[in-house]
Design a protein around this ligand. Structure first.
Ligand code: FES
Ligand code: FES
Length: 394
């Protein structure tokens, strides 16, 4: 157990909890604040959204111990909040809820938009609420409600607040970082109107080394000798053709490749455009690909590294892979490590199958138009259920 001290709804709290306790369970079970709902528990649905140091955050994928010293506001803490009161009235007026399960998280995210957006732009509101799923109302009433509150406030000359009143702190929930005088420091999902263009990844001149935030280890075997597999790994176009969702944007060079990969995690689809540096060591049949990429639409960027080493196994080859990455932006908010790990496992299984087919002279399976996290995870769940039942679920 760890003792955690933080402020919840402006009240100092000192409570012990297991290090693995997430913030949603912490406020619900330890503090009886059950207005924070749990849906997917994967950072996808947004039902558990609370304010962490003034910034909307998914409490199901935030450890309570990581919030030491932070200011947490749940939906109960917004009872007396004027913006939330206007939103509640608008939700009722516009029929923006049925069962109400999504509503606390929806209100927390909507309040942030009301504070920040200059005008009631439907597209920006839809983007801003894209991380909050509603399974029964549909979104028209919700969007109309948020639009009406923004319009009414701007008509009353209530100007948008830069940063939505967020504290100028470091990473959301840290509660300890120092002010740098810039509210950009804490913006995880700025409104599109406030965005500065990302540097096009295909113009990335240098691809720096980095220390990945997450490293996944995977291995697979193919029924071909290491020399043949190593030669195939040197053919970047062939490798890209084996990777679901991947495409090349320029003819590859032996030491550099430029391309794109389409992914979908939960409600967010992204196309990462990027470039990668390729290194190979024939002496021990190993290699490394270090890449950098960004997606304008979701304002997400990533640095990634794949290290591989080939070893003979009988007549075939075992491929040891180490995949490291650091993800920032909107996808990082929904891309919980467990979800990404499942996604990577399925991706590698498909890649291995395609590689095997290609080595045997057959074309790889047509790569899906995009790498779909939910579809892959559902596929993995189906496979697990099939194993439990002792039969094939397909
Ligand atoms: S329960 Fe946290 S995002 Fe779904
Ligand atoms: S009102 Fe039922 S899930 Fe949104």
């Amino acid at each position: 157990m760890s003792m955690i001290e933080l402020n919840v709804n402006q009240r100092a709290v000192r409570v012990s909890a297991e290090p693995r306790t997430n913030l949603a369970d912490f406020v619900r079970d330890k503090l009886d604040l059950t207005g924070t709902h749990l849906g997917c528990e994967h950072g996808v649905c947004g039902a558990c959204t609370v304010l962490l140091d003034g910034v909307p955050a998914r409490s199901c994928i935030t450890y309570a111990v990581a919030c030491e010293g932070a200011e947490v506001t749940t939906i109960e803490g917004l009872d007396e909040d004027g913006v939330t009161a206007e939103l509640r009235a608008a939700f009722t007026r516009e029929h923006a809820l049925q069962c109400g399960y999504c509503t606390p998280g929806m209100l927390v995210s909507a309040r942030d938009l009301v504070l920040r957006l200059r005008q009631a732009d439907e597209r920006l509101i839809r983007v801003g609420l894209s991380g909050n799923l509603c399974r029964c109302t549909g979104y028209v009433g919700i969007i109309r409600a948020v639009q009406s509150v923004i319009e009414a406030r701007r008509a009353r000359d209530i100007a948008p607040m830069p940063g939505g009143g967020r504290k100028t702190l470091g990473p959301v929930g840290s509660g300890r970082s120092t002010c740098d005088g810039s509210d950009r420091a804490v913006r995880t999902t700025p409104a599109a109107s406030e965005q500065t263009p990302l540097e096009p990844a295909d113009r990335v001149a240098s691809i720096p080394d980095f220390i990945p935030a997450t490293i996944l280890e995977q291995q697979f075997t193919v029924a071909f000798p290491p020399e043949q597999v190593f030669a195939m790994f040197g053919d970047i176009a062939a490798i890209a053709a084996c990777l679901p969702g991947a495409s090349l944007t320029t003819p590859p060079k032996p030491e550099r490749v430029e391309g794109a990969i389409r992914v979908r995690i939960g409600p967010i689809a992204a196309t990462f455009q990027g470039a990668a540096r390729v290194e190979r060591n024939p002496a021990d049949m190993s290699g490394r690909i270090v890449g950098i990429g960004s997606d304008r639409r979701s304002r997400s960027s990533t640095q990634g590294e794949i290290r591989y080493r080939l070893a003979p196994v009988g007549q075939g080859t075992r491929v040891d892979l180490s995949i490291g990455y650091t993800l920032t932006g909107m996808l990082a908010q929904v891309g919980r490590p467990g979800l990404v790990r499942d996604l990577a496992a399925r991706l590698i299984a498909e890649f291995a199958g395609n590689l095997d087919r290609r080595l045997s002279g057959a074309p790889a399976d047509a790569a899906p138009a995009e790498l779909n996290g939910i579809a892959l995870v559902l596929g993995s769940l189906r496979a697990r259920v099939a194993r439990w039942l002792g039969r094939d679920a397909e």
